[in-house]
Design a protein around this ligand. Structure first.
Ligand code: TTP
Length: 400
């Protein structure tokens, strides 16, 4: 069996994380979302095809080029999920199709493979109006309704399918949607009129990584699923409580206090006297120094937080350097859910606690304070002593 991963989306909602990396390469512990999906699919399929954007910056290309044992296809000039699938040409046997921006566990794949016919994996969510809602009868798909105004059902399309080759015939028949895209769900709806598509009611982990804070959610689940281990070096006088995963080459120095679950990736150096609280994810080669406290945050590779900082409920991109005394606020005085700017609209994150979403290569000077829900674009520089109370653009020099 073959599998196709659609990975040619824009990922605008995930900015500034996607300023320096394609959306499917958001970190999952020491790996990335797409590499996690590839590893999982490899157990079940012989060939993996990945559809990627046709125009790639050098920065983005480097990520795709590091994928081994997969075949890359460039999406043609049309946009949309159906156009993306059509880019692989025709596949002459049954195949799996998976969106590249979802996190799920193996049971989802196993359950869809149980069917000899077409099948789609559905999941229950609280916010169905943001997804393609599934209407079905006796577990057979009737229709998918994209982003309905009213929640006609709480059961939605997870982005995992098994198709026979007829899907390509239906793709040929659809026309451009009101969103200006060729949408796979239009082809699936045509197919559902003529052929049976079974709906798998999946209850395991599933996250659509569309919004920045969902990167924290995914990493929390991935860490919960991991066994504790220690391949690093730990000094005397380090206190570790709960589950901690410490990868090769990592060092935890004197006086550090670690409350699991915590992930300490390859070659990280922690301490002396650092405080890591639950769901601190240090992906790789991070430096966390003296009197630094981190909680529920994902810190991407090569980023350094060397002195006297607090980082709570945040995402820091790769190669970031926080100046001494950089403090990130993660709670509003009125304790309302933190809002964040997504494509020009202020959206509630649904989280009472959310700090900053910082792109790659950002540098902060000493004594910088960042208010809750602020996004800082990649390559920005924050002048010492600044209070960051608005979003900062990519590459901006911010001073106040
Ligand atoms: P979406 O999440 O609908 O779109 P997106 O990835 O462009 O994200 P954003 O809205 O934040 O810009 O995409 C669902 C999946 O389909 C995702 O894995 C990307 C993939 N996709 C393509 O491969 N080609 C496309 O033209 C589109 C629109 C999506």
């Amino acid at each position: 069996m073959k599998a196709v991963i659609l990975a040619a989306g824009k990922g605008e909602r995930l900015e500034p994380i996607t300023h320096t990396r394609p959306k499917p390469f958001v970190p999952v512990l020491g790996s990335t979302l797409i590499e996690y999906t590839i590893d999982l699919l490899r157990k079940y399929v012989s060939d993996i095809y990945i559809v990627i954007p046709s125009e790639l910056s050098a920065e983005y290309s480097a990520f795709y080029n590091r994928l081994k044992g997969v075949k890359l296809y460039y999406q043609g000039k049309n946009s949309g999920t159906a156009a993306a699938l059509a880019s692989v040409g025709n596949i002459s046997e049954d195949f799996l199709l998976v969106y590249g921006d979802i996190f799920f566990d193996e049971d989802a794949i196993r359950s869809v493979l149980n069917f000899t016919e077409n099948a789609i994996v559905g999941v229950k969510v609280n916010n169905p109006t943001e997804y393609g809602v599934i209407l079905m009868k006796n577990s057979i798909l009737e229709k998918i309704i994209e982003k309905p105004m009213e929640p006609v059902s709480y059961f939605i399309n997870s982005g995992i399918y098994k198709f026979n080759p007829d899907i390509f015939t239906y793709i040929d028949k659809i026309s451009i949607s009101s969103r200006g895209e060729y949408e796979l769900t239009d082809a699936v709806n045509l197919m559902a009129k003529n052929e049976k598509i079974f709906v798998v009611q999946y209850k395991g982990s599933w996250i659509d990584v569309g919004r920045p804070w969902q990167v924290i959610d995914v990493n929390k689940i991935a860490l919960d699923n991991k066994e504790p281990k220690n391949l690093g070096e730990i000094d005397d006088n380090v206190k570790i409580i709960g589950k901690v995963v410490i990868e090769e080459g990592a060092k935890v120095l004197h006086g550090s206090y670690i409350q699991g679950p915590v992930y300490i990736g390859k070659d990280c150096i922690i301490g002396p006297n650092s405080y890591l609280r639950p769901y601190t994810i240090l992906t790789q080669n991070n430096k966390v120094g003296a009197s630094v406290e981190i909680k529920e945050s994902v810190i991407m590779e090569n980023s350094k937080i060397p002195h006297l900082s607090y980082v709570g409920d945040s995402i820091l991109g790769e190669n970031v350097n926080l100046g001494a005394g950089t403090l990130i606020a993660n709670l509003r005085f009125d304790e309302q859910n933190v809002k964040i700017n997504i494509k020009g609209n202020k959206i509630s994150s649904g989280r009472k606690k959310l700090g900053t979403i910082m792109g790659g290569y950002v540098k902060t000077g000493i004594n910088v304070s960042i208010l809750p829900g602020i996004k800082i674009g990649a390559y920005a520089t924050i002048y010492p002593g600044s209070i960051v109370n608005r979003d900062v653009n990519k590459g901006e020099f911010y001073k106040n």
